[in-house]
Design a protein around this ligand. Structure first.
Ligand SMILES: [Mn+2]
Length: 256
């Protein structure tokens, strides 16, 4: 049985030091939630964490692009910092949209591409190689979630891993207010770190770390350090998008 803890982030004002008995510093890791073009918040979070280039490592759960103020700037900063990403649904949509012949693109496709500041092809080239999931010694990283009932991500549907919020037993409707969340079906052998569900906010439970705290909606950008089991968080500098998608609003109405 999973015990849910909805946590307030610990306020960490200065980075802790991690020195071994002989003075060597241990490697630290930060896994960062959905950035959506919030470049300045990404910089602030990495600074708050006390990232040391060449010693620490940075991961990010996908959805780097669109909605926010500076997709290009965020991607450039991530590249300079050596951040490793998994593919989010926004990156998947970019690749899917560019695969449509220009003449056959619909208005919503063109609107979506226009958010790439004229660099949609370069951005696509950059995100094309991002994996759908990653496995490290102590955790998995995936954008949306894992497929219930399947032991290892090699056997799962990539479409589910990039999009799932709720589970209907099949993966047909993956965002329905009356269905349970994908993570309510039990944990995996390692902690699953994910994003994608801003209106659920920060979720910390045994075997799960949900990190999308809606930075682009005026929330916060959140990261989790597995070595310390600490949450790092910086506030959004602005409310970049008035509200969440109609999808979210509908969900709230359904939930009453
Ligand atoms: Mn997403």
């Amino acid at each position: 049985m999973i015990k849910w803890v909805v946590c307030k982030a610990k306020a960490i004002t200065s980075p802790p030091f991690f020195l071994l008995w002989d003075g060597r510093r241990i490697m630290r890791t930060l896994i960062i939630g959905d950035v959506h073009g919030c470049r300045d918040e990404l910089e602030n979070l990495v600074e708050q964490f006390g990232f040391v280039y060449g010693k620490d490592r940075l991961f990010q759960v996908g959805d780097m692009i669109t909605r926010g103020p500076d997709t290009l700037g965020a991607l450039e900063l991530a590249r300079d910092l050596g951040i490793q990403h998994v593919l989010g649904n926004q990156e998947a949509r970019l690749l899917r949209t560019l695969a449509i012949a220009p003449k056959l693109r619909k208005k919503k496709d063109c609107e979506f591409l226009s958010r790439m500041q004229g660099y949609e092809k370069e951005i696509a080239q950059h995100v094309r190689d991002w994996p759908v999931w990653m496995e490290e010694d102590d955790f998995f990283i995936v954008h949306a979630g894992f497929q219930p009932g399947i032991l290892h991500p090699t056997q799962m549907s990539p479409h589910v891993m990039v999009h799932v919020r709720t589970w209907d037993g099949q993966g047909v409707d993956m965002n329905h207010a009356y269905n349970p969340a994908w993570y309510e079906f039990g944990a995996w052998e390692k902690t699953v770190v994910f994003g994608h569900w801003a209106d659920r906010g920060l979720y910390l439970a045994d075997g799960f770390r949900g990190l999308d705290t809606g930075c682009v909606y005026g929330g916060a950008l959140t990261g989790w350090c597995p070595e310390e089991d600490n949450i790092y968080q910086v506030p959004a500098l602005k409310n970049y998008v008035e509200n969440q998608s109609a999808e979210y609003q509908q969900l709230e109405i359904l939930l009453g």
